[in-house]
Design a binder for this molecule. Structure first.
Ligand code: ATP
Ligand code: SKM
Ligand code: MG
Length: 169
C-alpha cells in the first residue's frame, strides 16, 4: 500500500489520529515533526527561535523525503503543504487525507498550547488567518474529512472506510 499522509492545520489531530490509525492497521507510524526534533535534537519552538521558519521548512522537506513511502502512516506538520514540492511528493507517493477542523474547535484544542511557535500571538486571529491562506492547499488532498464534530475513533473509522473503498489500498 502507498503511504498514507495526514495533512491539516495545527491541532487538527494529525499526530493523535495517525498514532491510532497505525495501531489499528498495524503499520509503522512516522511524524515529520518528530523526525525533525530527533535529527535536530531540540524542540520545534527552539528551532524557530534560533534558526527561523525557513530553516525549519527545509528540515521538514528533508524529513518528508527521508521516510518510507510504502505501508506507512505519516503525520505531517501543519505547514508541510506550503511547499509545492511537498504537495506533489505526497500526491505521487501516497494517499493524502486532509483532516479539516473548524477554527472554533481548533482554538478550543490549542488555547493552552505553548509548543507551536506560529501561534504565539493572538491565537484566535492566527488560526483564522493562517487557515484561510492554507485551505486551498490542504484541499488538494485525495480525501477531505471534517473532523470538527468527530471523536478520535470516528475519524479513524472514516479513514479506514475510505481506504477500503480506495483503489490505491
Ligand atoms: N476529536 C478529536 N480529534 C483529534 N484530536 C482531538 C480531538 N479532541 C481533542 N483532541 C485533542 O486535540 C489535540 C490535537 O493535537 P495533535 O497534536 O494531534 O494535532 P496535530 O494536527 O498533530 O498538530 P500539529 O500540526 O501542530 O502537529 C490533541 O491534544 C488531542 O487529544
Ligand atoms: O502549521 C505549521 O506551520 C506548523 C505546525 C506544526 O506541526 C509544526 O510543524 C510547526 O509548529 C509549524
Ligand atoms: Mg502533529
Amino acid at each position: 500500500m502507498n503511504a498514507i499522509y495526514l495533512i491539516g492545520f495545527m491541532g487538527s489531530g494529525k499526530t493523535t489520529i495517525g498514532t491510532e490509525l497505525a495501531k489499528k492497521l498495524d503499520l509503522p507510524f512516522f511524524d515529520t515533526d518528530e523526525e525533525i526534533i530527533k535529527s535536530e535534537n531540540r524542540p520545534i519552538s527552539q528551532i524557530f527561535a534560533e534558526d527561523g521558519e525557513e530553516y525549519f521548512r527545509q528540515a521538514e522537506t528533508k524529513a518528508l523525503h527521508s521516510l518510507p513511502t510504502e505501508n506507512v502512516i505519516v503525520s505531517t506538520g501543519g505547514g508541510i503543504i506550503l511547499n509545492e514540492e511537498n504537495r506533489s511528493y505526497m500526491k505521487k507517493n501516497g494517499n493524502t487525507f486532509f483532516l479539516y477542523c473548524s477554527p472554533d474547535k481548533l482554538f478550543e484544542r490549542l488555547k493552552d498550547d505553548t509548543a507551536r511557535p506560529l501561534l504565539s500571538g493572538d491565537k484566535r486571529k492566527e488560526i483564522e488567518s493562517r487557515l484561510e491562506v492554507r485551505l486551498p492547499l490542504y484541499k488538494e488532498a485525495n480525501h477531505i474529512i471534517d473532523t470538527s464534530d468527530l471523536s478520535i475513533e470516528e475519524t479513524v473509522k472514516k479513514i479506514t472506510d475510505l481506504l477500503t473503498k480506495n483503489e490505491k489500498f
